[in-house]
Design a protein around this ligand. Structure first.
Ligand SMILES: [Zn+2]
Ligand SMILES: [Zn+2]
Length: 307
């Protein structure tokens, strides 16, 4: 095995850094939600040097310059001897296409890429108050199946931190088919709030969904929501209540979270799952989903549950 030259090592590290940037951009747009961030590892430019029997940490200064400097979306191959600049052009993505002809995950091609802060006439570089490079990138992606209007993303770079700060159209939220149509807006609102970092608001929307549903089914106009939940539970067959988590209990848990202004992500995810299961179970038990009136009338029907 021949030993790698110093410049080979440096070039490999430079390539690795560029890949890390591009991969962070891909992950942000394909798998993360609004206002989430990815921080690129900051050790790519570091190496250890043995001196007087001790390891000393040094930087590859050319790589450090590439990490901290202005990034380009495209660039000619670096000229011999010239300092390398990070070129980050994100790849094609798999995204959910909201076009009625698709309505599923499809391949999207990058059709537009712009660095906004590098384009304001003269001043190529902006910095945060901490002195980190600051850039804003816009990317447009088009569905390869329907060739519809491209979707756009805004990524904000502060140093090595990339944050998804814009998205048009809004991220698609899949609502389970078992959730009644007129309750979709509470469900979608809850998920969008949670995904944007406002879990407390999301928990409030989940609780609103449950309460409004219970009011519709029972026809109750009582002010005290606990009594409404009580009445709702009585509309469910005993077998149903034995097998599935209680909506009254979930309501109480969500309320406790709201009163304490907690906004626990764990509770949100669990609450959402319990609600999904609850409506799915109503379907299995063939409980009427058009409410008002005593749904208990259908309670005598045998549920079609597989073991
Ligand atoms: Zn499409
Ligand atoms: Zn979550």
């Amino acid at each position: 095995m021949s030993q790698k030259s110093w410049s080979d090592v440096v070039r490999e590290r430079e390539d690795a850094f560029e890949r890390a940037v591009v991969d962070a951009m891909r992950q942000l747009m394909q798998g993360r939600h609004m206002y989430q961030s990815i921080v690129i590892p900051n050790h790519i430019d570091k190496y250890l040097l043995m001196k007087d029997g001790k390891n000393e940490q040094h930087n590859h200064t050319s790589i450090t310059a590439m990490m901290t400097g202005h990034w380009l979306l495209q660039g000619p191959p670096a000229a011999l001897g010239a300092a390398r600049v990070c070129v980050c052009r994100p790849p094609d993505l798999k995204l959910f296409c909201q076009h009625s002809r698709c309505d599923r995950v499809e391949a999207f091609n990058l059709v537009y890429a712009k660095s906004l802060l590098g384009d304001l006439g003269g001043k190529a570089d902006f910095q945060t108050e901490k002195g980190e490079s600051e850039q804003k990138f816009v990317f447009g992606y088009q569905c390869q199946s329907c060739k519809g209007t491209p979707e756009f993303f805004l990524i904000h770079r502060r140093g090595l931190r990339l944050t998804l700060e814009g998205r048009s159209p809004m991220e698609h939220v899949a609502v389970p088919a078992v959730i009644p149509k007129s309750f979709h807006r509470f469900y979608v609102g809850a998920v969008i709030a949670h995904q944007s970092g406002h879990t407390l608001s999301g928990i409030f929307m989940l609780r609103t969904l449950i309460e409004q549903w219970a009011r519709q089914v029972t026809g109750s106009t009582k002010r005290d929501a606990d009594q409404v939940m009580e009445a709702y539970m009585e509309t469910l067959p005993k077998d149903f209540s034995d097998r599935f988590p209680s909506m009254r209990k979930l309501y109480a848990e969500l309320s406790a979270d709201i009163h304490g202004a907690v906004g626990a992500p764990e509770l949100f995810d669990r609450g959402r799952q319990i609600i999904d299961e609850h409506f799915d179970a109503r379907r299995l038990f063939r409980l009427a989903d058009k409410a008002a009136g005593p749904p208990a009338a259908v309670a005598s029907e045998k549920p079609e549950l597989s073991a």
